[in-house]
Design a binder for this molecule. Sequence first.
Ligand code: URA
Length: 283
Amino acid sequence: MSEKDFLLFAESAPLVAVAARGAEHTLRCGVRSATERRERLKEVYGRALGCTACPLHQTRTTVVFGAGNADADLMFIGEGPGANEDKQGIPFVGRAGRLLDTLLEEIGLRRDSVFIANVVKCRPPGNRDPHPEEIESCDPFLRAQVELIEPKVICTLGNFSTKLLRGDPTGISRLHGQDEVRTIGARAIRLLPLFHPAAALYTPSSLQTLRDDFARIPALLAAPPLEQPEPGEGGESVEDDAVELGAEFTLSSAEGRIEQSHPEVETEEPPVEARTPEQLGLF
Ligand code: URA
């Protein structure tokens, strides 16, 4: 290992070891250190805090950008913040979030070893479904997150993120638990669609299915690295535009009907003002 590679590796040493990267990954990619990922994400977060691109900004308490390890190999993508998330600025803090934590624990992972984000970063009022134009407005933030974190595996939670990332209207009931390789931005990534934890809270059979599908995650994380597209081969790269979100991004939002919303059972939490990622413990 050269000194440069060693320094990159040392800098990117995971905050929590489990689902984060090892020397092999750093040597293979050798591009961004964990610190750089975090700093770039903070810049994108700053953009998101000021975003007024869709009407959701008018009713949000705070932007729920995403949270976890900026250097994670595993990313979860949900639908959008509920009331608790809107107040706290952190994704999946309600009942569905607690279930997510439990399912993670069952496969030996912790929330702070993965990165959790949503399709839309601001709460749709009354937990209604996000509208297609809201999903499209927010898509550059999600693409930038994926591009900066460079996860090996993305688990989409429910219909909205599954349809968005696959660019296809096929519903989660048909796709859950079946991993596939997708090129997202400039990278090949293993995608595993999963039922949304909120849906599993209401249907015991879905909970068992979700648990069974979760059990596939460790093997996907341990799978050999995917061959990556040559630069320019894998579609649009948003990397250089990640901190200049706006007109530059090519969007590929899901087409067709988007099914089923997931009402959260809410408990009251005190609101927080928008704080720094460090104060919120985001990444
Ligand atoms: N449901 C989601 O999809 N995301 C959250 O952050 C919380 C609930």
